[in-house]
Ligand binder design. Sequence first.
Ligand SMILES: [Zn+2]
Length: 265
Amino acid sequence: MPSISETAKRDDARNCIYCNSSGPFNEEHPLPRCLGEFRNAPKLYSVCKECNGKIGRESEDQFCRAGPEAFFRNYFGGKGRKSHEKVNPFERGSAGGQAIDIMGVHPESGIQVLYEKDPGTNTCRELRQIVVIDGDGNSYPIRIANWMKTQKDIEQEIRKLKLKEIKSIRVFANTDEMAWVRSLTDGLAEKVTWSQQPEGSTVSQPVVSFSVTVAYFRAVAKASFHYFLATDNSVSGSEPIFAGIRNFILSGTDEKRFVSQERTP
Ligand SMILES: [Zn+2]
């Protein structure tokens, strides 16, 4: 295997396929590292450090933490690089993508609540949340975020639901967070029920939903395009025919041409 410096030397004449600069270059992994280490995975040496960093920050972070892949990373217990593991993808969104929703029926009360997966297992537990129940018995879970300080922060989220009537509220929190959560929720409704978040629960027929932006699709395009370039030496990637996909990967240009939505899988 050639080292980075050898390859850089070999590619001295080549410019960055995105910005045409003469470098410096770094080793680019077409398969995002957050998916794991792949033995003998191809690498690309024609993307300059600056472009590589720019694309990674904006799109790969979202790909790794907010999309379906983020769910399966958690499911299989993928570790990735340590610095990237601070975010619980069920608790909050990342790099423009929303937190992943796992909705399921809470066995004790029969209402729909949000769950989080226990990493690397197939069990889950109730997310820290309040569940607002309206006059018709419909339930609306709201995550209790770390940044929330006063009751106003929760009230603001409840107002967004535009409910006519609040019948009751159910709160899910750990014992050690009870005091803080109580200060956020006391007085929100006449009837407040408290529940623990037992780890290792199972939930029947959960529905998992994702909410991503174009950044997610740029990361998918990047992985595919770079993988193709790293395994096919007949093209460099800087050819005019690839201008559209390069611009899409770099800045999301021409989104409609590259992302389309189907109603059926
Ligand atoms: Zn560049």
